[in-house]
Ligand binder design. Structure first.
Ligand SMILES: [Mg+2]
Length: 345
């Protein structure tokens, strides 16, 4: 890296930097009336707006030892789009604010924005504004995402009903195992900077951590099949935590079937290597950005053949609690461990 060109932020100034970052932005959505360049952006949509924001702080949410800046920019957008999709809405605009210290160059900020713009292009979202400012130390990225949907198609967390089937997209636990690999290699690197970083063979799980995707495709599939989930949430903090949110807010119970929880082979095998029970990666590992949703059983046939949607359980009366039905035939209460809980096994 030290041989690459380095332009100090101070040589451009704040306005020069913003001009540089926004000069080639084109707006693609009709509702994006005015983007960056005035005091405020202008959005005009005839539909209800869904708005969310998420903040990523260096040292808390990401580690630049193993996170490429372009991936960080990409992921900062994805985590917000995932929340818009989790409302069954279509994201249309984002605003991005960055606080950055002078240890970063203009080229580094360009890399972050390359990732942001790549996500915008892939998900057909317009970058319509934001802010940049100096930070005394470290990097902070805040993204606001704005989406739209007809009022009757917006899906909430608190509307699951007894008898609904519980579904999840994709597979779970991969991002958590990817993080374990990256942290292990960071440790190796810090102890012996000349040692080679060994990520080979772990492409899938490392990719799940560094370059997650939001499930635009699932929302489009449900729309094409005229399915409106009865409730939905995205999986950012692990399956246990999201199921508990959904059940608590909907005032229902649930049976989650361990045998049906989708876990990729690479995740499964790597978990065993690390002496972690694979189901715990899915239950408590975060950042998979898959969609967890409930369906009226009348829609069950429509998703049965979809290769990337799994039926993992059923919504029950609240009195029956929130239970994991294990492969061994036992029932356990689902509790929210979060990432720290995993470390104790
Ligand atoms: Mg969410």
């Amino acid at each position: 890296m030290e041989n690459e060109k380095r332009t100090e932020i101070a040589t451009l100034g704040e306005f020069g930097l913003i001009d540089k970052l926004t000069k080639d932005i084109q707006l693609h959505n009709d509702s994006s009336v005015k983007g960056a360049g005035d005091d405020a952006a202008v959005i005009h949509s005839g539909l209800p707006q869904v708005i969310t924001t998420d903040i990523l702080v260096e040292g808390i949410h990401f580690d630049l030892v193993y996170t490429p800046l372009k991936h960080l920019g990409y992921k900062s957008v994805i985590v917000n789009l995932s929340d818009v999709y989790a409302m069954n809405a279509v994201p249309k605009q984002i605003l991005v604010s960055i606080a950055i210290s002078n240890r970063f160059s203009v080229e580094a900020i360009d890399e972050i924005y390359d990732g942001i713009k790549l996500a915008c292009a892939k998900y057909n979202v317009d970058l319509v504004g934001g802010d940049t400012t100096a930070s005394p130390k470290g990097l902070i990225i805040n993204v606001v995402a704005i989406g739209e949907q007809q009022k009757e198609k917006i899906v909430y967390r608190n509307t699951a009903k007894e008898g609904d089937i519980l579904c999840v997209s994709g597979d779970l636990g991969g991002a958590y195992m990817g993080l374990q690999i990256l942290q292990r290699e960071k440790h190796v690197f810090l102890n012996a900077p000349d040692a080679s970083i060994e990520l080979a063979g772990n492409d899938y799980i490392v990719g799940r951590q560094l370059k997650p995707e939001a499930r635009k495709d699932i929302i489009e599939y449900l729309e094409s099949e005229n399915i409106i989930p009865t409730s939905m949430i995205d999986i950012s903090d692990g399956l246990s935590s999201e199921i508990l949110h959904l059940c608590k807010q909907s005032e229902v119970g649930c049976q989650l079937n361990e045998a049906e929880v989708p876990i990729a082979n690479e995740t499964y095998n790597k978990a065993l290597d690390f002496n972690i029970d694979p189901i715990n990666c899915a239950l408590s590992g975060g950042e998979d950005y898959e969609l967890l949703f409930t369906l009226n059983p009348k829609d069950a046939d429509k998703i049965k053949s979809h290769p990337d949607i799994s039926v993992i359980g059923e919504i029950l009366d609240a009195n029956l609690g929130v239970k994991l039905f294990t492969k061994g035939g036992n029932y356990h209460d689902i509790i929210s461990l979060g990432w720290d809980g995993l470390k104790d096994g």
